[in-house]
Design a protein around this ligand. Structure first.
Ligand code: SAH
Length: 218
């Protein structure tokens, strides 16, 4: 890679600026902020978009999908680990693999499901190259969850269903949290569901805009 481009894209100043923005937007967890500073987000997007990787925006990753906005990745992670770090986490919607890298830097075992095969393959390669060995991938409709390795100490979904899939609720341990955008385009909200011994407690966090949670696999 051209030296000057590589310095521009990966410069610490650019990443520090993103972290400042995230703090201004209310992200407080130092573990999460540290990862947002360290993880090379530019490696998860096409080279032509690398120069925009440290802007606080979602970006296209092909197949009609996007890499989530850094603020959203930070916020969802913060919400998931607020009461302690789970032992294992299920992620629905691997996409570029960026959110997976944040989770796998904090949590011992990450299980990530993606319905679009080429995206999953690409994410697997990048995460392997970056040295992550604690992520398991599955090409599947995440509406089923991933029962074989559950229940999970946390579940995070990066695509919005109209209603929360019951399989995901059932694959939470007691005390675990599911962080998920819910609702139709234009009226989505981020929700956090905590499973208790007797029920599921739902908190509505804020309005969001995610790609739809779709059935089947490609
Ligand atoms: N966290 C990812 C987000 C990618 S966008 C990133 O930052 O790159 C959301 C992803 O969810 C897309 O890749 C989409 O294909 C996937 N997705 C949507 N519905 C799904 C489903 N039912 N099962 C698995 N993956 C799904």
């Amino acid at each position: 890679m051209n030296e000057r481009i590589s310095i521009g894209v990966t410069s610490q100043r650019t990443r520090d600026r993103l972290v400042e923005q995230l703090q201004e937007l209310g992200i407080k967890d130092q573990r999460v902020l540290g990862l947002m500073r360290r993880i090379p987000r530019h490696l998860f997007v096409a080279e032509a978009l690398a120069s925009r990787a440290y802007e606080n925006n979602s970006l296209p990753i092909g197949h009609g999908q996007t890499i989530s906005q850094p603020y959203m990745v930070a916020r969802m992670t913060e919400l998931l680990i607020e009461d302690g770090l789970p032992e294992n986490v299920l992620e629905v919607g691997t996409g570029s693999g960026y959110q997976s890298s944040v989770l796998a830097s904090l949590i011992p075992r990450v299980f990530s499901v993606e319905r679009i095969r080429p995206l999953q393959e690409q994410a697997k390669k990048i995460l392997g190259d970056l040295g992550f060995r604690n992520i398991n991938f599955k090409h599947s409709d995440g509406g089923w969850g991933w029962k074989a390795y559950g229940p999970y100490g946390g579940i995070l979904a990066a695509a919005a269903p109209d209603e929360i899939p019951v399989n995901l609720l059932e694959q939470l341990t007691i005390g675990a949290k599911l962080v998920i955008p819910v609702g139709k385009e234009g009226q989505q909200v981020l929700q956090r569901v905590t499973r208790t011994k007797t029920t599921y407690e739902v908190e509505t966090i804020e309005p969001v805009s995610f790609v739809p949670f779709l059935k089947g696999r490609l």
